[in-house]
Design a protein around this ligand. Structure first.
Ligand code: NAD
Length: 290
């Protein structure tokens, strides 16, 4: 397939690489990041989109997605699919899908889970919202970049699933970090803590696959001085999206609310900006109760 790929950052670059390795013809555009090997550079988003069967976007947030979609959609072929894999608010996903439909372009929101490790290994989970027709066209690409694609419903349903998943992720990372900090104070060796929890009822993706303690568990951003990975400010973005959605839907999410407040303080005044979201562990190590 001819693919346009917009946003080749931490996630987009390895996803695009896997598409190239599977024999697809990928043209990319990013305002800062270099093109990975095998991806042809276009000087604009529209340039990457004009001949594409599918255009994939992997961008920081909904405002940027909407701005890029304004440029992309008029440049796309009729019947081509705009597949947004970024994590954005449900309203932006639906607005882009409406705009695409008016221009004769199919749209699907397909945010991902699995982090940069999953993006590199081609083992992401895609959660998709859009028509059966759009899902069927993009499914072979999901199969290259991921191990699972769930068609969650109409436009916006993928983002709804993602926001709920990441609320669990944020809460769980905080719980994992505070448990390590407590274990330290109780004199428990971190490797022993990992060996127990990773095979006990406290196990989780944040403990088993993305352990926030350096030198413990599989390789993770903690082993690379907490360089992202998944940046704390992106976690904060997702937690805010969950709280915005909870407010709009009148859902009670007290743990999600507290996680959003903790990440907000971490990013805005405790040195978390530019760090991986697992750097909550050194933050808890330093914390003194007031
Ligand atoms: P990133 O900041 O590394 O990549 C985003 C890229 O978009 C950057 O290279 C940036 O230069 C580019 N960009 C920004 N504005 C642009 C524009 N107008 N035109 C073209 N390119 C533009 O972020 P990331 O970690 O790759 O995350 C991307 C999306 O995936 C986010 O929505 C994030 O929430 C989501 N996500 C990230 C992870 C993760 O582990 N990093 C996991 C799941 C989902």
């Amino acid at each position: 397939m001819k693919i346009g790929f917009i946003g080749l950052g931490n996630m987009g670059a390895p996803m695009a690489k896997n598409l190239v390795a599977a024999g697809h013809d990928v043209t990319g555009h990013d305002i800062h990041a270099p093109m990975p090997d095998g991806v042809v550079a276009a000087i604009s988003a529209a340039g990457a989109a004009k001949d594409a069967d599918v255009v994939i976007t992997m961008l920081p947030n909904g405002a940027i997605l909407r701005a890029v979609a304004d440029e992309l959609i008029p440049a796309m072929k009729q019947g081509a699919v705009l597949c947004d894999c970024s994590t954005v608010d449900v309203e932006s996903a639906r607005a882009v899908a409406d705009q695409a439909a008016k221009a004769g372009v199919l749209a699907i929101d397909a945010p991902v889970s699995g982090g940069i490790g999953g993006a590199a290994a081609g083992t992401l989970t895609f959660m998709a919202g859009g028509s059966d027709e759009a899902f069927a066209i993009v499914k072979p690409l999901f199969d290259v970049m991921g191990q699972k694609a769930v068609h969650c419903g109409a436009s916006g349903a993928g983002q709804a699933a993602k926001i709920c998943n990441n609320m669990i992720l944020g809460v769980t990372m905080i719980a994992t970090c505070e448990a390590f900090a407590l274990a330290d104070k109780l004199g428990l060796d971190r490797q022993k803590m990992f060996d127990v929890v990773s095979t006990s009822s406290g196990y989780s993706w944040t403990m088993n696959a993305y352990c926030p303690a350096p030198g413990v568990g599989p390789q993770s951003p903690a082993d690379n001085a907490y360089k992202p990975g998944f940046a704390a400010e992106l976690m904060l973005k997702d937690l805010r999206l969950s709280q915005q959605a909870a407010e709009a839907a009148d859902a009670d999410t007290p743990m999600g609310h507290l996680a959003a407040l903790l990440y907000e303080t971490f990013v805005e005044s405790e040195g978390g900006k530019g760090m991986d979201f697992s750097a909550m562990l050194p933050r808890f190590e330093k914390r003194h109760r007031g």
